[in-house]
Design a protein around this ligand. Structure first.
Ligand code: ZN
Ligand code: ZN
Ligand code: FE
Length: 754
């Protein structure tokens, strides 16, 4: 015992509730080390002692290399300690006071659990709530921290003897798996007849039968209810559209396995990786042609959003049916429903629910995979509440809350070097979403013992988030919308402090510092300030906000600008009442309710209308631009003309050429050429500004960069011209990242600002 040495090791990161302690226990046992492991307020603490140092260094190298699949290690500290002469290694279940502990996102059922689920001799055979330390619900069932069963919605289920034995055995896969359960002691499914709200018999089989008969079933999942129907049944899909009051917004699908997905879409190996990831996002995939599913599922789109089952309940149901429409159950624009009583009964023919309560509602995440990396349309389940560590040069002492914008909102909190961004919360103008927004703020305050000393919001004085910020009575920082789009991406990629980038914010709309509406901006930016160096030439937006709903309005503005009063009426303008057009032209000329905008989203609206592919009235944000992208021919190399009249980018030559070409060219060709024009103008501007300001990094963000075609073309051109291109990969380029960008600016301001 002469050579007895001891070390105290602290592991920071997502290391609780992910099977970390049993992993440490097994590792120490294998290496013959004594000591203990325990959860602390900020991570996991390990005390090890052994003879000599070789086993201890081996222990350390395995600690990071072989960590459990769900563990995320941010930092490990090792300090020499005084040996205690312990005889064995133990797992301590007591904890210290909490300060800032991360919690894992919800995780799809692991392969071990799936094997047990379909193994007829396993005691959890076909039990829809099977889980273990490597999988299962997390974020959506946690009421408070530390992550322990009594602080989750599983507290109402008392473990049976067998479950408890596994739960207490450090060598078992279910050691301290907080939501562990079995058919004897855990949650149960229930079928409810929505007309009587009473229980009916038949279980999963009956639900599957209903679906096969073309009925609509509401199914309670991890973060809320889905509405399910048979995607092959056009009548069922149409009825679901009526129920959801959505005529065209694409429905997501859930498919049994990759083979099934392959029948309907083209999938790359990178997309397969994301589909199979335990985070189980919805991935947008190119439809196969001819298409085997009714157009009604995603009309006018060239892609389908598909996910794989992520709970045992989904896996069991999909074992009977290979593919289902699985759209979130909600009323239009409101948060996803999490309890039957919230209105689920009105939306379906059968409710398949269960008695494990959902504490925090959370939608499915949605992404495209572009150049091997995610492009998030929505970041929610599976990704939230994963923290982002801030670079050291931006770490400050205080705690900050950033409230985001208004549409597609999120909130972000900063504490002790980390930012946590909430799930997608929707449009705050709807009171139900605003309630969700306030709920998540109080939830984060409790969960992360967080008390903001500063608040950050948008410049817009009338945003509900800005007004909410004012009521907090703490120092309030306001940041311009498009600048925050760029800042969020800078923070994600850890751009250096003082380093300037060229930010291209192509977006729907946001209030500019000059009182006009921005959205087609070139900003030279660092964390502290920005200057607006170029932008799409501002044009009047007839009807103000209404122009975002009625895409043809902006077409009139662009046509008037390009041709003067005798402008032609191509595309969908043929179908608009002539009197209405006259009235809009008059309003434009008189400057009535027609604020100036440089928005690139509105440019897409105009071009889609001129090409005749936009709806007269958009049903959801980005509908016309998405159709334009879906239709564009990727192989086209040509582009249109534009004038660079610094700082204005005048696109009237392009509008004229498009109208002329409409007579002789395919719409898909024109759409392709339009995309090329934008990529080319970004590259030309970057080249001239890059030289003038010695800038080599270009940030591409804003909702328009959800357009994968534009993103790929622009990225390629810029890289060929020697630029480094940064774009959001961990957060969405749309307004979900506003709160993160606001945070980046607030941190810089507190650290370096005056
Ligand atoms: Zn598992
Ligand atoms: Zn049990
Ligand atoms: Fe935006």
């Amino acid at each position: 015992m002469r050579d007895l040495r001891a070390f105290k090791i602290t592991v920071f990161g997502t290391v609780q509730g992910v099977g970390f302690r049993p992993f440490v226990y097994r590792l120490a046992k294998e290496l013959g080390l004594a000591g203990y492991v325990k959860n602390t307020g900020s991570g996991v603490e390990i005390f090890v002692e052994g003879n000599g140092s070789s086993n201890i260094s081996e222990f350390l190298s395995h600690l990071e290399a072989d960590k459990p699949p769900l563990a995320e290690i941010d930092r490990v500290t090792v300090l020499p300690s005084v040996p205690l002469g312990l005889s064995s290694f133990s797992v301590e279940t007591t904890r210290d006071e909490k300060s800032f502990v991360f919690i894992s996102p919800d995780v799809a059922t692991c392969s071990d659990c799936i094997k047990e689920l379909f193994n007829p001799v396993d005691r959890r055979y076909s039990y829809p709530f099977i889980n273990c330390t490597n999988c299962g619900p997390r974020y959506t069932i946690v009421e408070d921290l530390p992550y322990d069963r009594p602080k989750t919605t599983m507290k109402i289920f008392e473990m049976c003897r067998d479950c408890r034995k596994e739960y207490e055995d450090p060598l078992d896969r279910r050691f301290h798996a907080e939501p562990t359960a079995c058919p004897r002691c855990g949650p149960q499914i229930r079928l409810l007849d929505p007309s009587t709200e009473e229980e009916v018999v038949g279980g999963l089989k009956r639900a599957a039968q209903f679906l096969k008969e073309g009925k609509i079933v509401a199914l309670k999942g991890l973060g809320g209810f889905h509405l399910l129907c048979d995607p092959h049944n056009v009548q069922a899909v149409r009825r679901l559209r009526e129920i959801k009051k959505r005529q065209r917004k694409p429905f997501a699908l859930m498919a049994r396995d990759i083979e099934t997905i392959d029948k309907y879409t083209h999938i790359t190996s990178q997309e397969i990786d994301f589909l199979l990831s335990p985070r189980r996002s919805i991935v947008l995939l190119k439809k196969r042609k001819p298409h085997k599913l009714p157009d009604e599922i995603a009309p006018y789109m060239d892609s389908l959003g598909i996910m794989l089952p992520y709970t045992p309940l989904h896996a069991l149901l999909l074992n009977d049916i290979e593919i289902l429409v699985a759209t979130s159950a909600n009323e239009r624009e409101s948060p996803i429903l999490k309890d039957e009583e919230e209105g689920v009964y009105n939306l379906c023919d059968l409710v398949l629910t269960h008695n494990r309560p959902i504490y925090m509602r959370c939608d499915d995440s949605v992404m495209k995979v572009v150049s091997g990396k995610p492009l998030f349309l929505r970041r929610a389940r599976g990704y939230v509440p994963e923290p982002l560590e801030v670079p050291d040069f931006l770490k400050v002492k205080g705690e900050i809350i950033a409230l985001g914008g208004e549409l597609k909102n999120t909130v972000s909190i900063y504490k002790e070097g980390f930012v946590i961004t909430s799930q997608y919360l929707g449009d705050l103008k709807d009171y139900r979403n605003f309630k969700y927004f306030s709920e998540i703020i109080s939830h984060f305050e409790r969960l992360f013992t967080f008390k903001p000393g500063y608040v950050v919001s948008d410049l817009h004085p009338d945003f509900l988030s800005t007004r909410y910020g004012e009521t907090l009575g703490i120092p309030h920082i306001q940041v311009q919308h498009h600048y925050t789009h760029i800042l969020a991406c800078m923070l994600e990629h850890g751009v250096g402090v003082g380093e300037k980038v060229l930010g291209v914010a192509f977006d729907g709309m946001g209030l500019g510092t000059d009182g006009t509406i921005w959205g087609g901006e070139f900003l030279i930016a660092d964390y502290l300030s920005f200057s607006r160096v170029a932008y799409l030439k501002p044009l009047p937006q007839p009807g103000g906000d209404l122009a975002a709903k009625e895409p043809y309005r902006m077409a009139i503005s662009y046509l008037l600008g390009a041709f003067g009063e005798a402008f032609p009426l191509p595309g969908i303008l043929e179908n608009v009442d002539k009197k209405r057009i006259k009235a809009i032209v008059k309003a434009l000329k008189d400057g009535v309710n027609s604020p100036y905008t440089s928005s690139c989203g509105r440019l897409f609206d105009a071009v889609a209308s001129i090409l005749g592919i936009a709806p007269l009235r958009a049903e959801f944000e980005g509908e016309a631009p998405m159709r334009l992208e879906s239709l564009a021919d990727e192989g086209v190399e040509d582009s249109y003309d534009f004038y660079l009249n610094s700082p204005n980018i005048d696109l009237s030559p392009m509008i004229k050429q498009i109208v002329l070409e409409l007579k002789s060219s395919r719409v898909s060709y024109i759409a392709g050429k339009f995309h090329n024009t934008l990529a080319k103008l970004i590259c030309e501007i970057a080249t001239s500004l890059g030289k003038r300001f010695s800038i080599s990094k270009v940030v591409l963000s804003g909702g328009v960069f959800l357009n994968a075609l534009l993103l790929k073309k622009t990225e390629k051109l810029l890289e060929e011209n020697g630029f480094t291109v940064l774009r959001p990969t961990k957060f969405s380029p749309n307004d979900e990242s506003i709160s993160l960008g606001q945070m980046a600016h607030a941190l810089a301001k507190l650290k370096y600002g005056v």
